[in-house]
Structures are given as C-alpha cells and as structure tokens.
Design a protein around this ligand. Sequence first.
Ligand SMILES: [Zn+2]
Length: 121
Amino acid sequence: MSWELVVKQTFSSAHFLENYRGKCEKMHGHTFRAEVYFEVHTLDKAGISIDFTEIKSYLLDLLPDHKLLNDEFDFSPSAENLSRYFYIKIKEKYPVSKVVIWESENAGAIYSEKDNSGDRR
Ligand SMILES: [Zn+2]
C-alpha cells in the first residue's frame, strides 16, 4: 500500500546560466513552480501521512523567493540543478520521491533517484 503526495509552491527569482551561450546567459526572472512528490506507506488516525500544512511551511522556508539564485548557490542554477539540489535537501527530512522545477508553463526538469532501468521491456 502506498500513496504519492504532491505539494506545489511557487517562488519568484532571478538567475542566469553560467557556461552557456544564448539568451539565458543574461540575468532574467521566472516565477518558478516547485512540485514535490512524497511516497508514503502509512497513515495516522486522522487518515493522513505528512501534514500538508507542515510541508508547505517547510517549502516556504526552503525555496529562495526574490533572490538572485546565482548568489544563493555554488552551482549554475538551471532547472536541472535546482531540482536535484532541492531533492537532496528535502530528503534529509521527508520521504521525497521526485522534485519538479518548472521555469515556465511549458518547460521544467524532474529529478528523482528511482532506478527505472528494471522497468524497460
Ligand atoms: Zn531562466
């Protein structure tokens, strides 16, 4: 028995891509959307696993709102790197299964450490 919970949270920040040639090497902003998925197997007496209110306030503290991401991190803050970074951070505290970072309505990166190699047929 398992459930996958998902919590969404947006943050507005600026970044530029390092070691990249093109439009995105210049500073620009996004309203990023983080989608965090958790895999849980047990529920408490109230019928819940992880309290959404607790996760939301944890994410509000974690996600860098109104920041220049290049100053916040020692890596190039692409959607790929951000999704991996938040996954590793959240994993210290919660049973995260994947993190999606959307840079726009149509483009985002998904990070998970699930090994899907056995699923190929
Ligand atoms: Zn960008």
